[in-house]
Design a protein around this ligand. Structure first.
Ligand SMILES: C[S@@+](CC[C@H](N)C(=O)[O-])C[C@H]1O[C@@H](n2cnc3c(N)ncnc32)[C@H](O)[C@@H]1O
Length: 286
């Protein structure tokens, strides 16, 4: 079996390139802001995961490690947390953050093909780290083999983009000025790949999980807490389709894109940043 090397080859090479070269450095630079935005969703999933002291937990697509650190605190010294990710810059950040914790380890791996020890984990957790697999059924089958008897997989993934204005609003503003790429297969790897919950349930069933439950979590997110107006615009232009358009644009177009996004986000300004609705699924599977 492959050791799950993360870079130039393997089934998820395209995602590895994206998370190493494009998104990873951005997520590191914006780690606090992004974490502040999605932390309430991660906490809701952790509650659903029934994390207890002494458990062995795998954090899938752990990114900059904020959830891994929280999980390590929850399982305590008798427990252990492994964070796996294929983004070297994000793992470097995670290792700095987790340096003090002896019950926490970060490893570079493509979770879809990484040789995981059989029945090694009581809980497998992920905050938005499971929607990027080239072959999700194979990836979840791999994870299922690593789950101990009586164990549980819990993850959060986004519902459709239309229910997530934090992504849709800047995206629509940008689309009013530039021609966006034609829509791809909505199930192809990406943040909204698991928006169709029944389809996702089918993938989990196909991977061998017999008991699959999901629930809708709809919470307003605070985006860019403490940022200035200009920083809020830049932050809104980093993600998803807006980020892709900004990368392609020349300076004149960037100025127009900034103006369009500034106007679009204005109605969402709250006391501490932007306040925008979100909708995610919390999946539990055993
Ligand atoms: C949206 S980010 C979420 C990061 C982190 N869980 C958080 O909540 O801050 C998705 C993460 O999944 C990782 N990822 C994507 N595909 C992966 C794979 N096949 N194996 C391991 N990690 C993967 C990315 O590198 C990225 O860190």
């Amino acid at each position: 079996m492959s050791d799950g090397s993360t870079q130039d080859e393997g089934p998820n090479a395209q995602q590895a390139k994206y998370w190493n070269d494009v998104a990873g450095p951005k997520w590191v630079a914006l780690a606090e802001a992004i974490n502040g935005q999605i932390q309430p969703i991660g906490h809701a999933a952790m509650e659903r995961a029934r994390i207890e002291r002494g458990q062995r937990v795998l954090d899938v697509g752990c990114g900059c490690g904020q959830t891994s650190l929280e999980l390590a605190q929850r399982v305590g010294e008798q427990g252990h947390v492994d964070g796996l990710d294929l983004s070297e810059p994000m793992l470097a950040e995670a290792r700095v953050r987790g340096a003090e914790l002896k019950n926490l380890q970060f490893t570079a791996a493509d979770v879809q093909v990484h040789g995981l020890q059989e029945a090694a984990y009581d809980r497998i957790f992920s905050r938005f780290g499971v929607m990027f697999f080239d072959d999700p059924e194979a990836a979840f089958a791999n994870l299922r083999g690593a789950l101990a008897p009586g164990g549980q997989l819990t993850f959060v993934c986004w519902q459709e983009i239309g229910s997530n204005p934090w992504m849709a609003v800047p995206g629509a503003a940008v689309a009013s000025l530039v021609e966006m790429p034609p829509p791809t297969d909505p199930h192809s790897p990406g943040p909204f790949a698991f928006a169709d919950a029944e389809r996702t349930r089918g993938i989990l069933n196909g991977a061998g999980f017999e008991q699959v439950e999901f629930e809708s979590l709809e919470v307003p997110l605070t985006i860019g807490r403490g940022m200035t107006d200009a920083q809020l615009v830049e932050f809104s232009l980093q993600m998803g389709p807006a980020g892709a358009a900004m990368r392609e644009a020349d300076e004149a177009l960037r100025i127009r894109l900034r103006a369009a996004v500034a106007e679009a986000i204005e109605p969402h300004k709250g006391a501490e940043g932007l306040v925008m609705d979100s909708a995610a699924w919390i999946f539990s599977a055993a």
